[in-house]
Ligand binder design. Structure first.
Ligand code: GRF
Length: 208
């Protein structure tokens, strides 16, 4: 049985999608070991409690990044977490945190990276006038919205869209993408070569 640690700061719809996938068997042999929020009033942490999960608030406000990170990592390790899933966690991880879970931290971002990193990615994409956007699940490294890509889903930008309708359609795909990405990473058949995540590496090497 693999254990996920979920970090969030707000609404928590990606967390709920992951929890639903576990409950329905779409993510097999996996449990959520702990849900941690850096904000006490995050809706996601209330939902985690309602679902009977281990739910912790570790406030970050006014604290040095690494001191807070050390407390979060200690809680993740205490709960035996194999894979950390950032799900709307509005805080940069320190390099030290990233090094504690090599290729074992995922993030979801609401654009097709490397386009539109950072905040309000859907609004950025809409304002730029792109015809296709989407979402990206990627490994977390020391740079913002930067690590190797695990799954991307595309979403067309329609003439009648505004940034809110576009964001809503991207969010639906986020919920699908995160489940796929967790299964890929926990499936253990993928390797990161350079920036590329590839599966069945031995057979691929045979074709190069
Ligand atoms: C999502 O759009 C996600 O891509 C971004 O933050 C938002 C979190 O939404 N990183 P939710 O809290 O999972 O509903």
């Amino acid at each position: 049985m693999k254990s996920l640690g979920i970090l969030l700061s707000g609404r928590g719809s990606n967390f709920v999608a992951i929890a639903d996938s576990i409950d329905s068997g779409r993510i097999p042999e996996t449990k959520i070991g702990v849900v941690i929020s850096n904000k006490a009033d995050a809706a996601g942490i209330a939902t985690a409690r309602q679902r009977g999960l281990n739910a912790l608030v570790i406030p970050s406000k006014g604290r040095p990044r690494e001191e807070h990170d050390r407390e979060v990592v200690a809680a993740l390790k205490q709960h035996g977490v194999d894979l950390v899933c950032l799900a709307g966690y509005m805080r940069l991880l320190s390099p030290w945190f990233v090094q504690q879970f090599p290729h074992r931290i995922l993030n979801i971002h609401p654009s097709l990276l490397p386009a539109f990193p950072g905040l309000e990615a859907q609004e950025q994409a809409f304002a730029y006038g792109v015809k296709v956007s989407g979402c990206t699940v990627h490994f977390v490294d020391e740079e913002l919205d930067h690590g190797a890509i695990v799954v991307q889903k595309t979403v067309p930008v329609l003439d009648g869209d505004d940034e809110h309708t576009l964001a809503g359609r991207i969010l639906e795909q986020e919920h699908v993408a995160y489940t796929e990405a967790i299964n890929i990473v926990l499936g253990g058949k993928s390797t990161v070569i350079g920036r590329r995540l590839v599966t069945n590496v031995t057979s691929m090497r045979g074709t190069i």
